[in-house]
Ligand binder design. Structure first.
Ligand code: AMP
Length: 177
């Protein structure tokens, strides 16, 4: 978990090079769905979140028990976090990695992603970028804070403000806990 531009996708890719995860990337799945669903596309273009039911369906349909699961972009709200804990903490060992960076770094990284032409429609609109930042602090950060208090799951606050390799080392160290 973490704000936009903190490197969730990048670190997920690096983790997947080392371990065979069932990778569930809700943002990518929803971007694919948006190609044929205008309602989803419009919500995403505004930088807003999709409804809880859509996410619960999407995530539960992709959860399998044959591999470790890497969830990227989920949960993002307290409701989603509670749903995950209520439905899955007895079946899986849940470990939340909070990729913790200040907002200035998120903005710098997202500007870099735009300059390098990541091609994400929701990055192109500055209002959508601001909306996503606002949602992160007002909605996702409280979900992260709540998860840090839940007994029976692991929680790591990971410093990813340094260079890529150091950040990744911090992630691997956190996973050892
Ligand atoms: P991401 O690629 O993770 O930044 O997600 C891109 C967009 O997909 C977000 O701005 C939301 O519109 C939507 N989205 C992704 N994950 C979720 C989620 N867990 N809950 C609601 N909407 C989501």
């Amino acid at each position: 978990m973490g704000g936009q531009g903190v490197g969730k996708g990048t670190f997920a890719r690096m983790l997947r090079e080392r371990h065979d995860y069932n990778y569930i990337e809700t943002g990518k799945m929803l971007r694919d769905a948006a190609a044929t669903n205008k309602e989803i596309a419009d919500i995403m273009a505004r930088g807003e979140l999709l409804p809880f039911e859509t996410l619960a369906k999407l995530v539960s349909a992709n959860i399998t028990s044959d591999k470790d699961i890497l969830l990227d972009g989920f949960p993002r709200t307290i409701d989603q976090a509670k749903w995950l804990v209520d439905n899955y903490s007895d079946k899986f060992d849940i470990h939340v990695l909070y990729l913790d960076v200040p907002e200035e770094i998120m903005i710098k990284r997202i500007q870099k992603r735009i300059r390098e032409g990541g091609g994400r429609a929701d990055d192109a609109d500055i209002n959508a970028v601001h909306k996503r930042l606002e949602i992160f602090w007002n909605t996702t950060k409280p979900a992260i804070d709540w998860l840090s208090t839940v007994k029976g799951i692991k929680f790591s606050d990971v410093d990813v403000q340094g260079d890529l390799e150091d950040n990744f080392k911090n992630i691997l160290n956190a996973l050892q806990q």
